[in-house]
Design a protein around this ligand. Structure first.
Ligand SMILES: *Cc1c(COP(=O)(O)O)cnc(C)c1O
Length: 395
């Protein structure tokens, strides 16, 4: 049974000969561009975060990489799931995820989104305003609600508290109104922002939520039984980040201050899947422009590299061929748009058409946001080390 020999460590700026052989044989079999998905990496990341956050239920947020193989791998690990749309509900339902292991965390929903989730059996939802709370009046006997608070974080890749979340006072008002309406408030939630590099953001948010819990209890409202600390856990792209156990230590200390009755959840996305995907693109053509060689790849910012636009992506890029003198070069995508440039002033050896470029750390928010612009087909995904222990190609 073929096992992957890929070295997915973020700082691996070289390629072993086994890896070269595997990549070349996969390209010979399936063509380029490819996204290689290593399920072993997903298992490793899940276990590392699980160990770093003992007692916290991890709901994988599907958004960064909504693929069946990812769901299956995490399901087998005992993970729970965080859903935001009816499409994500459909995916986990198709993959046989028990609904008790899911929560629905989109703060703004249509009635049909609520009904689809309830029909599947997912009955925990998130609100951050009165208008949304009132949508649960018809479902008050079925649904439990978390109130999402906002904590701004300008440094994150995505400051998710700009678009969603309410203040502490707003949360008290929602909890008070929910009591009048007979809607059950189960807990509080927040998202400190994606790729948050400073754990203090979580610590401050946990303490602020604890205060809200105390105020809710003082008002005689039903006790808060859940705190959802969201996603945002960082991974190393070109810059190093704190090891995850060290990162989570102050978070665990803050969580230890909460009453024992509070169940804690997290919604990691990026951390679980970012290291799992490696892009393989091939050189379609080349031209010399203003002293640099431009290599035109068969994948670009409208495809797998969409994270360069949507996610501030900073991926480690290397050429499979490491031989010879290096020259300042440009890597461009295949489309006829000038924004479609993957890397400028990158030092590369002289490449031939057909040579392969390897980009690591592409698992989160890259293929998920890819398009078929100009009718360049998205990269195919090859699943390595999946549960059936066989490599296979998917769409
Ligand atoms: C996107 C998202 C996540 C995942 O965030 P990461 O930064 O990828 O860990 C979790 N929860 C919600 C509500 C999200 O929108």
């Amino acid at each position: 049974m073929a096992r992957s020999v890929l070295d997915f460590s973020a700082f691996s700026h070289s390629v072993s000969s086994e890896e070269t052989h595997l990549i070349e044989s996969l390209v010979a079999q399936y063509g380029a561009p490819l996204m290689l998905l290593d399920c072993d990496s997903i298992r490793q990341q899940y276990r590392a975060l699980k160990a770093a956050l003992p007692g916290v239920t991890l709901h994988f947020a599907l958004k960064p990489l909504p693929l069946p193989a990812v769901v299956q791998t995490l399901l087998a690990e005992g993970a729970s799931f965080d859903l935001a749309t009816s499409g994500e509900v459909d995916l986990v339902a198709r993959e046989g995820v028990p609904a008790e292991r899911t929560i629905h965390t989109h703060p703004i929903k249509r009635d049909a989104d609520i009904r689809d989730a309830l029909a599947y059996g997912c009955d925990v939802f998130v609100v951050d305003n009165m208008n949304e709370l009132e949508k649960f009046i018809p479902y008050r006997d079925q649904a439990d609600v978390l109130i999402r608070l906002s904590f701004r974080n300008a440094e994150a890749f995505a400051d998710l508290s700009k678009k969603f979340g309410c203040s502490a006072d707003g949360a008290i008002e929602i909890a008070t109104r929910a009591q009048e309406l007979g809607i059950r408030i189960k807990g509080l939630s927040f998202h400190v922002g994606s790729q948050t590099i400073d754990p203090t953001k979580y610590v401050d948010a946990i303490h602020a939520c604890h205060e809200v819990m105390v105020r809710i209890a003082e008002l005689g409202l039903p006790a808060i039984s859940t705190l959802d600390i969201g996603g945002g856990f960082p991974v190393a792209y070109n810059d190093e980040v704190m090891p995850i156990d060290q990162f989570c230590q102050p978070i665990n200390e803050a969580l230890a201050c909460l009453p024992d009755t509070v169940q804690v959840l997290a919604e990691p996305g990026r951390f679980i899947v970012a290291p799992a995907m490696t892009n393989v693109a091939s050189v379609m053509g080349q031209a010399d422009r203003e002293g640099e060689t431009w290599y035109y790849l068969d994948d670009g910012v409208y495809g797998s590299f969409s994270g360069l636009i949507f996610d501030h992506g900073d991926y480690p890029i290397i050429s499979l061929n490491q031989e010879g003198e290096r020259f300042p070069s440009v890597l461009a995508g295949p489309t006829c748009d000038s924004i479609d440039v993957v890397a400028e002033h990158i030092l590369l050896p002289k490449l031939n058409n057909g040579d392969l470029i390897i980009t690591r750390m592409m698992g989160a928010y890259s293929s998920a946001t890819a398009t078929d612009f100009n009718f360049f087909k998205r990269a195919q995904t090859v699943v390595l080390n999946d549960i059936a222990l066989e490599n296979r190609m998917i769409g």
